[in-house]
Design a protein around this ligand. Sequence first.
Ligand code: ZN
Length: 504
Amino acid sequence: MASTAVLSAAEYEKRLQEYAYERSEEGRRVRVGEKEVSEQAAIVARYRDLFTRDQLDALREEQSSSSDDERERLYRLCKTCESGVISTELAEQEDAFENAILQARVTFRGDEMPLRSAQARLAVLDSYADREELGELERTASAAFNPRRRELLEAREQLDADVSGEPDPIARNEEEKAISLRELERALVAASQATTEAYERLRERWFDRLLGPEREPRPTNAHVHYLRRVSPLESTYTKDQAVEICLATTLALGFDMTAIANIHLDLEDRPQKNPRACVIASNPPEVVHLITRAQGGLSDYQAFLHEAGHALHYAGVDPQLPYTFRSISRDHALTEIYSYIFEAVTREPGWHAQYFGLSDAQAAENAEVTLFLEALLYRRYTAKLQYELGFWSAFADERGTSARDYAPLLSEATGLNYDERNYLSDMDAGFYSADYLRAWIRAAQLRAYLVREVGDDWWRSTRTGELLRDLFREGTRPTSEEVAARIGYEPLDTAPLVADLSAA
Ligand SMILES: [Zn+2]
């Protein structure tokens, strides 16, 4: 049998870049409604040679004999190849599962809707009792897929262990992220505990205001989407002004997003367009797409600014860097620092006063709700990481059959009642929770650094833009922990985060 020749690392990197570009552009066209049928499978088939075990062996061999300088680049190419091999082998099973979920329906008040739409619907139902009812239906329908979720998780874990050669899932993730997940957990839990009182004050005030007097002392997590939408503030944070104000906000930081040729803004309202804001960096820094579709409400502004942070990071990458360091990172902890720092502008009372013509008192109150949501999410993710570490350390024995302490940990941390049946659906692969949490610590450090270097007006100063540009130029090469060193912090120093979360 003829085997395809394997590529050298340099050839591999070049072909990977072409592959990633085609996949990204195809995904974008479907997402924004330019194209109705996704043809990713054809692209994957054309580049099948990139993700074979032979190719992986060849890259590993080249890595083992490479100089220190090259080793990191080759490591990332190996990891990309590994995950491609795993995805290829699981593709059929994952597609079948995805299609089954797409076909699932729930019936609410005689109205049949796709399971996926039920979640979106929960965000816009104004009656507390309706949300409770639909939430229960949604969780029950979703839980019916748990046996298949568990099977898929087990299959992926077995492949991961096999392809990487590391049987322990925690050790494997720690190696790739180059951190200790347990040390991270300890720092995060301590920060969460140190801010519990502040959180409880915020929670009682905003649960009452957003959920109304009929709420239970501990509402179910069905209300999370509704809380995040902050409906009472919708008339202030209108859909029509969203783009203009967000562009003015980034301009004040020294980034004229309408004049950066590499950033393609797609802000149009098309019926087929997915409403969730996103960035697709098809070929950084040359081709970066920022896509949003305003729906109305403060969350539009937060989502736009979050994605602007990603877009400016990718478009600001030094074009001289090899493709790997322009596009591939070890994890998501790096780029989320920059999305978080842009989103953090919406927690500044001055921003609400300046752009929405509010009194200082009103601006402070509106900024407070963004802090409440931030604290809620931070606590939820910290509890998720605690639960996931237990889940994966017991995986060899339990094979994912037990919900363990999922519900008590998340409920206690947030003050919302989590259903233990969500223990599999509420988990992203590869400890994504840890990446977000590292970005939380780092973005708080970065904000403190900017306040020190630039002043309290950091959120509307072009000096901030200059400092960020230097970080963006480094591309995807540094780890989140290396960024801590650049701004003068220890990686696990949560003092700025604790200060932010206790501010109310
Ligand atoms: Zn993000």
